[in-house]
Design a protein around this ligand. Structure first.
Ligand code: HEC
Length: 188
């Protein structure tokens, strides 16, 4: 009897997490659902993607303050950014909703409202990709300048709601008391 109970208990313990996962709408752990097994790598991938989008934006941001020097480079960058932005919303499966407000360096800056208003998030990514395509097609200084502002505006629109704002680290009193000279002194 007791061993039967133990067996039942063991089976229940096995089944409960599966049932709970099903209730959340999580896909079964079939190969290919990368969100189940590779959540951390997905977060790294989307951060890398964003950082490289930022690098590609450099000549595009610059043309708002000075005459465009290399229109071909601007056009190529805008096309690549557009393609990258098409991938962006697919790198946010619910298993990557892992923002920790208490962490000094959270593993992700993507905020939970993304998964509460996923349609909005998805639409903003699409609009940003469109803005990149418009940038790629723009001709002449005035048109390129306004397309550039619109593209940067589309990044900001999503970040304003869904990205944790950057907070510079606060200086602490202990920083002033720190014994810099002592730390630099080489022990014999
Ligand atoms: C649909 C929403 C959305 C759009 C559009 C978007 N981003 Fe992001 N971006 C995010 C999210 C969410 C993160 C945080 C990712 C993470 O930490 O997991 C992020 C992170 C970043 C980061 C890294 C920030 C940091 O401090 O680590 C940069 C840089 C960045 N985005 C640049 C851009 C640029 C440039 C554009 C426009 C061309 C853009 N993004 C468009 C949502 C968006």
């Amino acid at each position: 009897m007791t061993s039967l109970h133990a067996t039942l208990g063991f089976l229940l313990a096995l089944c409960l997490p599966l049932a709970a996962a099903g209730a959340e709408g999580r896909p079964a752990a079939a190969p290919g659902w990368t969100g189940v097994k590779h959540a951390k790598e997905i977060i790294t991938a989307r951060q890398e993607l964003m950082e490289h989008i930022e690098l590609l934006m450099e000549p595009i941001d610059t043309l708002t303050v000075q005459p465009v020097k290399d229109p071909q480079r601007v056009q190529q960058n805008a096309e690549v950014i557009g393609a990258m932005l098409l991938a962006v919303p697919h790198l946010f499966p619910p298993t990557t909703n892992r923002f920790d407000p208490k962490a000094a360096q959270p593993e992700t800056l993507a905020l939970p409202p993304i998964w509460q208003q996923f349609d909005t998030f998805y639409r903003l990514a699409g609009l940003s990709a469109q803005a990149a395509e418009t940038m790629a097609a723009a001709k002449g200084q005035a048109q390129m300048r306004s397309a550039s502002l619109a593209l940067r505006g589309s990044c900001d629109a999503c970040h304003a709601v869904f990205l944790r704002r950057y907070e510079p680290p606060k200086t602490q009193e202990s920083d002033y008391k720190f014994d810099f000279e002592g730390a630099l002194r080489v022990s014999p």
